[in-house]
Design a protein around this ligand. Structure first.
Ligand code: AMP
Ligand code: ZN
Length: 147
């Protein structure tokens, strides 16, 4: 098994089978299981088999399997399938306390949205951008991405 772990981390313990989980899919680089405090029926987690707190801490190879696993789980989830537009769901990955992260091992939530009231409830303080500011930011970012 490919796994760089931390002895104190609850998700590393789940990967190693030291504490139980409702396992769904496991690959060389990732592991998925049901969330035990779901905010909707079918709420699942996908975790890379590498102990890193935030997304940018992970080597790329540990991310390779994550989206294909999320896609498989999304197909398997039959909830809300009768809705006219088909099933709804969100993929969420929190980083840092301000970003609502509680467990410091990177994880991706797959959260079915079965009703208005369950699942992910998004607060999004969007405002129209100032295009001069946006253009400046764009230039800064492109420069950083080149380096
Ligand atoms: P986050 O706020 O993104 O860090 O979310 C952490 C998630 O991990 C929460 O939804 C918890 O319910 C979930 N969680 C914590 N411990 C376990 C566990 N032992 N098994 C399954 N899910 C867990
Ligand atoms: Zn860990």
């Amino acid at each position: 098994m490919s796994c760089i772990s931390s002895a104190a981390c609850i998700f590393c313990k789940i990967i190693k089978g030291e504490i139980p989980s409702f396992k769904l899919i496991e690959t060389k680089y990732a592991y998925s299981f049901l969330d035990i405090e779901p905010c909707s029926k079918g709420h699942a987690l996908v975790i890379p088999k590498y102990h890193g707190a935030k997304l940018h801490n992970l080597p790329d190879e540990y991310l390779h399997d994550v989206l294909p696993i999320l896609k498989k789980l999304a197909i398997a989830l039959e909830y809300n399938i009768d809705s006219p537009e088909g099933k709804s769901y969100n993929i969420l990955q929190n980083n840092g306390r301000l970003g609502h992260q509680v467990v410091d091992h990177v994880h991706f939530h797959l959260i079915p949205k079965n009703t208005e009231k369950d699942g992910l409830i998004v607060g999004w303080p969007a405002e129209k951008a100032n295009f001069d500011d946006l253009s400046l930011l764009h230039k800064e970012l492109l420069k950083k991405l080149e380096d």
